[in-house]
Design a protein around this ligand. Structure first.
Ligand SMILES: Nc1nc2c(ncn2[C@@H]2O[C@H](COP(=O)(O)OP(=O)(O)O)[C@@H](O)[C@H]2O)c(=O)[nH]1
Ligand SMILES: [Mg+2]
Length: 411
């Protein structure tokens, strides 16, 4: 089979060329519009590209019998060719073995030898044929690859922002089918489309909504040092001072005396009662004492910087407190695989996520990987050590801006 690419002004003209060159028996493998010439997508002319083929070898039928499956017209890949080669090799080996056996047999006759010679020459022909097809298919693959060049650049942009290749590919796949080559050249348009896609992936966000009727109990859990206490300080101050809600702050963080003292002083300044609890029972009693509050925040902690509060211990606290919302705090400075491990460890307790230290990471693209690998709503994003200012409500738009950057990239 001969495969050839034809380019012309329109379908009729290109078909004419094919007919003249390959004859009326030629088959069309692929037709599409392409842009030729021009300067960065400007002044390019639309042309028609047709890939056509002609069967010019009678052994094609035999070859097809050897192929594991018929070569599909458009989705041919090297895997099919590899399999065909393997099938061919097996067949060849069979004949060779047969040949040896016959050679060893003193009664071999001329007829056998002729048969073997014919078969071998046929095989040789098929071998050449396969090689030819393989070469032409590779050429075709190369033609296909000229299209996704801008896609590749966008993939580089996404991975450059810290998004994994896998998620970047997932993100680009729908755009690849949606956008024409001309549209890919318009980076503003591509960026807008991409933002929409990312926002769609990040749509699982939710805020704390206190209610008048009953206290909303909110606990923060997570590894030591991710920013639980700082964040709970921001939330407590925000809800009590800015939103004028009635708030209480309970802490099971009894590890550092200084921290407890600080928290109490902080509570006095902002006019929020702060209680330190030692046991799950204590926690339950403290909650009951603050039933008049609209919001009760619970801070939890590790026993030492190197030892997390034992999970069973934390579970016992949570079992008594029965929080309405348990927010797992994850720092974006932690690498993704560790974040996922933490997520899996706390998954059965947590209902929401908080992401901290966004100010400390240069590429926030990995947030998208986290979003793709988790299924809890994201509530808040923190971006600094200042209480109460450095906290933001998480929204799909805000997350998207963090992930992709605010300004249109130069792609
Ligand atoms: N840069 C930055 N640092 C933060 C942020 N949140 C907390 N931190 C710092 O992280 C460290 C640990 O915070 P802490 O609240 O004690 O963490 P905890 O052990 O989870 O309670 C402190 O030095 C905080 O000031 C943030 O959003 N950005
Ligand atoms: Mg703490």
């Amino acid at each position: 089979m001969r495969v050839k690419r034809f380019v012309g002004e329109n379908v009729a003209e290109t078909m004419g060329k094919i007919k003249r060159e390959l004859g009326p028996e030629a088959v069309i493998l692929q037709t599409r519009q392409i842009k030729e010439g021009g300067f960065f997508g400007f002044f390019a002319r639309t042309k028609v590209e047709i890939i056509a083929a002609i069967e010019d070898n009678p052994n094609r039928a035999k070859l097809e019998k050897l192929l594991p499956e018929k070569l599909p017209a458009l989705t041919v890949n090297n895997e099919v060719i590899k399999k065909a080669y393997e099938a061919y090799r097996d067949k060849e080996n069979e004949y060779v073995q047969e040949g040896f056996k016959q050679g060893a047999d003193s009664q071999q006759n001329l007829f056998d030898q002729n048969l073997l010679a014919t078969t071998q020459s046929e095989l040789k022909e098929m071998h050449n044929l396969l090689k030819e097809i393989k070469g032409q298919l590779t050429a075709r693959e190369e033609i296909k690859e000229t299209v996704p060049e801008p896609v590749k650049k966008w993939e580089d942009f996404l991975t450059g922002r810290g998004i994994s290749k896998e998620v970047a590919t997932k993100l680009l796949a729908p755009l690849q089918t949606e956008l024409s080559a001309e549209q890919w050249a318009n980076s503003g348009l591509v960026f807008e489309k991409m933002k929409k896609q990312v926002a769609r992936l990040c749509r699982n966000t939710e805020l704390i909504r206190p209610r008048k009727s009953r206290s909303l109990i909110v606990a923060l859990v997570g590894p030591t040092g991710v920013g639980k206490t700082t964040t709970i300080g921001k939330l407590t101050a925000g809800f009590s001072i800015i939103e004028k809600r009635k708030v209480a702050l309970l802490t099971a963080d009894t590890y550092r005396v200084a921290a407890v003292e600080q928290l109490k002083t902080f509570g006095e300044i902002i006019g929020v009662p702060v209680e330190v609890v030692m046991t799950p029972e204590n926690l339950k009693e403290a909650i009951d004492r603050h039933r008049d509050k609209e919001l009760i925040f619970i801070d939890t902690a590790g026993r030492s910087p190197h030892h997390e509060m034992h999970m069973a211990e934390l579970e016992a606290f949570m079992h008594k407190a029965k929080p309405d919302i348990t927010m797992l705090v994850l720092s974006v400075t932690t690498n993704l695989s560790d974040q996922i491990k933490v997520y899996e460890r706390f998954r059965k307790l947590a209902t929401h996520l908080i992401l901290t230290k966004l100010d400390e990471s240069v590429s926030l693209g990995s947030i998208l990987d986290l979003v793709v690998n988790t299924d809890l709503p994201i509530t808040y994003l923190t971006n600094g050590q200042n209480v109460p200012d450095d906290i933001d409500a998480a929204t799909p738009e805000k997350l998207t801006a963090c992930i992709l950057g605010e300004v249109k990239p130069n792609v």
